[in-house]
Design a protein around this ligand. Sequence first.
Ligand code: THU
Length: 142
Amino acid sequence: MKKYDELVRRALCAMKQAYSPYSGFSVGAALLSRSGKIYLGCNIENAAYSPSVCAERVALFKAVSEGEREFEAIAIVGGSSADAKDECPPCGVCRQVMREFCGDDFVILLGKKDGSYRRFTLFGLLPESFSPRQLEKEEAQK
Ligand code: THU
């Protein structure tokens, strides 16, 4: 699909901005909101290690901080020396952060440097997840 090809291309561009001097592993993400806007993210590491943040969360938090709440898809690419020769699946924490704002049908594209990608859904990568639904009041669930 043309718009998903474009999303993977944008993720490859975002990967170039990665700040990853400690791992040497660069990641780029491109997030498509339901409003049609694309938000980019890269991983940003820190000398103290634990404050490091993944590319997917940078893209999501940028979008949410701009008022977006609904999303259609995210493309993710990554690899050592920014080569993206293999797929870069999202870490568990990022899957959970996606779950906060995205439904089961949210599309996750795992791309490579040649622009090819495999398409997954959030349900496929995070089944039986804990979500905002679990915190809804009992009355509201009826
Ligand atoms: N990383 C991401 O940006 N996204 C992921 O889903 C997996 C890992 C980053 C974190 C760290 O900067 C580097 O890749 C190596 O783990």
